[in-house]
Ligand binder design. Structure first.
Ligand SMILES: Cc1cc2nc3c(=O)[nH]c(=O)nc-3n(C[C@H](O)[C@H](O)[C@H](O)COP(=O)(O)O)c2cc1C
Length: 183
């Protein structure tokens, strides 16, 4: 089972990318999680699209189609989905030859933020967009990592055992969700 993971933060030291790596570590047997970077994708513009999909978008699109499922690991920016992630979703949402990769695709999400909301608002927004696109988004369990800075050490290791356990629980449920949705 191949899960393509998309991190909503572009920065090198992203805590969400660290969380993504934890998700890959604790993924159930038989599930491989790999990250697809979304940096470098141009801002969505129908005039660019009319000239053909940029290579960065076409490559990401192919990887999404090829994956059994998608995992989003995202921070929250100003109570919403970070622009870079929304931009990637907007590009991928476009039908090419009648197809877009979210339709019927099992998806899950988690996120870490500095505040007390732990990305709850960003995740709700992302769920809404995925609903429109026909994704099969797992309803729960949910993972909202609040005050994320205090849960990782200086080397980026997740030191908070309850957070690790919550990620492991989500990934186990995701494995079952994917099997059910594909069955
Ligand atoms: C533009 C911007 C907006 C932010 N808005 C929020 C927010 O609405 N809620 C929140 O909890 N944290 C917010 N933060 C703090 C981020 O949660 C924090 O920087 C987090 O570590 C970013 O994720 P990353 O480490 O994966 O890059 C914001 C950060 C930035 C840069």
């Amino acid at each position: 089972m191949r899960v393509l993971a998309i991190c909503g933060s572009l920065r090198a030291a992203s805590l969400n990318r660290k969380l993504l790596r934890v998700a890959a570590e604790v993924a159930p047997e038989g599930m491989a999680v790999e990250e697809a970077p979304i940096g470098g994708i141009p801002i969505f513009d129908e005039d660019i699209e009319a000239k053909g999909l940029p290579d960065s978008v076409a490559g990401l699109r192919e990887r999404c189609f090829a994956a059994d499922a998608l995992l989003f690991v995202t921070p929250e920016y100003n109570y919403g989905v970070p622009g870079g992630l929304k931009n990637a979703v907007d590009w991928l949402s476009r039908r090419v030859e009648g197809k877009q990769p979210f339709a019927g695709k099992p998806c899950a999400m988690m996120g870490a933020s500095g505040g007390m909301g732990g990305t709850i608002r960003a995740q709700l927004q992302l769920r809404q967009s995925l609903q429109l696109l026909g994704a099969l988004t797992m309803p729960g369990p949910e993972v909202f990592v609040t005050q994320a800075n205090g849960r990782f050490d200086a080397d980026g290791n997740l030191t908070d055992a309850p957070t690790r356990a919550a990620v492991e629980k989500l990934m186990a449920a995701f494995g079952q969700w994917i099997a059910r949705m594909k069955g």
